[in-house]
Design a protein around this ligand. Structure first.
Ligand SMILES: [Zn+2]
Ligand SMILES: [Zn+2]
Length: 542
């Protein structure tokens, strides 16, 4: 019998975030990454892939292998672990973050095993070896999967730095060796497929940050992705060298600084730190504030500083805010609002738009993607981690490099890999699950939140007696009508519902409720052109 292997992405393709894929071979399943995505949906905080398909097959799941600690690779683990258990293998920095997450969700007795770059595990017929890659988080890895159909390489998220900074590791020699031995299939990060050339070096972004901080006469706020310990380390070093004390603002910046110190990525910084309430007492030229929340998030420290709503830290004209970050597509307006609020008050704002040098992406551009393909010389190439357009551009690059077999995938695609061929052999059920307050929301509840969020809520209260309407219904609404017209319009709705239900006999109260909802819906649609979420409640005996 010819050996076969199946690769099935459950999230992360044709969307940003939610990376998760299953690898199935000879009755053994491995899950690679388990991430969340962010959402602008009303009433939801997060979204993760629907794990129904995985849960149905949990008997064959032998390992969950995490490539690195970004939320789009680890954030959904607590939700998956509510329905199944399997050993989780993660590099040190990711493992520390996962431990935190599990504690937050009160998940106990989870088998979490630390496996750094260079380590190898055996899972059924598959041997999983990790290699180090450069990325915007410490301990990022890719996977070399030795399988019965040949060697597969999954890059994880990566870039290739010509001059890496301390603690970054890219196992080029190992990849060259694997490439010489023959790679059956390369699965590679497509994020940077639109960007020509090479990505900016982390050390260059740090040098630019250093120059900008040196220029600032007063307080400096550095806003950055707090999961990038290299950038945090640089900001802390620069502050020390330029005689500034550092205020860590926000849970996430504090947490990551602590984790990075515990893992030896950042030297001890305690003597450098000041509490937020001590900032005002220091000369303005001797303060650097490290803040998270670069995306205009309503509750972030940076947004509260911009809105002058932070209880302990206040900025003034002449202070400088440096965004050492990029805007994640979709967040342009809230970020612009933060920038405008600072600028209107006379603060200097430095962003990547005018000063591209203050940030370096964690994802390699086209030339780095090309280098990966050249190092490994795979027989087959499948782009992952990106929208359809990014995957397509990445696939073109692989074809330019003469890779004979290429395939675009979608979430739910089943890719079969044999020694001779790769091909699509079907689809599995996929979907998305919205999360609020650390709990999943059913499709029904999400639909209610959407219509409430877009049209408001209107409730019809019915009093029944002997199955008939006893008096005129009462209407209570919120977010449907302008205040000055609310009472009057509610009266009109009540009148209309009464006319619709008058003289009718209802066997069950629910029948009266349904009729009232329908009557109110028609009236609001035709007379008012409004579509609120409508509820009804019948009291009294039927
Ligand atoms: Zn990443
Ligand atoms: Zn990612």
């Amino acid at each position: 019998m010819t050996e076969t292997l199946r690769f099935i992405p459950l999230g992360g393709l044709n969307e940003v975030g939610m990376n998760c894929a299953a690898l199935v071979c000879d009755g053994t399943m491995i899950v690679i990454d388990c991430g969340i995505g962010f959402t602008n949906e009303v009433g939801a905080e997060l979204v993760h892939p629907d794990f129904g398909w995985l849960v149905d097959r949990r008997e064959s799941l032998r390992a969950i292998v995490i490539t690195h600690g970004h939320e789009d690779h680890i954030g959904a683990l607590p939700y998956l672990l509510k329905d199944l258990r399997a050993p989780i293998y993660a590099p040190p920095y990711a493992a520390a973050l996962i431990e935190d997450r599990l504690r937050e969700h009160r998940l106990k007795n989870i088998d979490l095993r630390v496996s750094p770059a260079g380590s190898r595990i055996e899972v059924g017929p598959i041997s999983v070896e990790r290699f180090g890659v450069h990325h915007s988080i410490a301990d990022a890895t890719g996977l070399i999967l030795d399988t019965p159909v040949g060697t597969l390489v999954h890059t994880g998220d990566f870039k290739i730095e010509a001059e890496p900074c301390e603690g970054q590791r890219f196992d080029r020699a190992r990849l060259e060796e694997v490439g010489r031995q023959g790679v059956r299939l390369l699965l590679s990060d497509s994020t940077g497929a639109e960007v020509e050339g090479r990505s900016r070096l982390e050390r260059d972004a740090e040098a630019a940050l250093e120059a900008q901080i040196a220029r600032a006469a007063h307080r400096v706020v550095v806003a950055t992705f707090s999961s990038n310990a290299f950038r945090l380390r640089a900001a802390l070093r620069i502050a020390r060298e330029q005689g500034r004390r550092v205020c860590l603002l926000g849970m996430s910046v504090k947490k990551h600084t602590e984790t990075a110190q515990q893992l030896g990525l950042i030297p001890p910084v305690d003597s450098l730190l000041v509490a937020p309430e001590e900032v005002d007492a220091l000369p303005r030229s001797e303060v650097l504030i490290l803040a998270g929340g670069t995306q205009g998030e309503a509750s972030s420290s940076l947004t509260r500083l911009a809105r002058e709503e932070h209880s302990r830290v206040h900025l003034e004209a002449g202070d400088t805010v440096i965004f050492s970050s990029r805007i994640i597509p979709g967040n342009e307006l809230p970020v612009l609002d933060v920038i405008n609020r600072f600028e209107r008050r006379g603060l200097e704002v430095i962003t990547r738009q005018q000063h591209p040098e203050v940030h370096a992406s964690g994802h390699g551009s086209r030339e780095e993607q090309r280098t990966m393909i050249q190092l490994l010389q795979p027989r087959a190439f499948v782009p992952v981690h990106g929208t359809h357009h990014h995957q397509r551009r990445h696939m073109e690059l692989a074809r330019e490099e003469g890779i004979p077999e290429t395939q675009l995938l979608d979430n739910g695609s089943v890719l079969e890999v044999t020694r001779d061929a790769i091909r699509l052999v079907g689809r599995v059920q996929v979907g998305r699950v919205y999360i609020d307050g650390m709990k999943p929301l059913s499709a029904e509840l999400m639909a209610q939140r959407r219509s409430m969020g877009s049209g408001g809520l209107l409730t019809v209260l019915l009093m029944l007696q002997g199955g008939r309407l006893r008096e005129r219904p009462r209407i209570v609404s919120s977010g449907v009508f302008e205040a000055r017209e609310r009472r009057r319009t509610e009266e009109r709705v009540a009148e209309h519902v009464r006319n619709a239900l008058k003289g009718r006999h209802f066997v069950a109260p629910e029948d009266a409720e349904d009729a009232a909802i329908e009557a109110a819906r028609r009236f609001l649609m035709h007379n008012q052109r409004r579509r609120p979420l409508i509820m009804a409640d019948a009291n009294g005996e039927s």
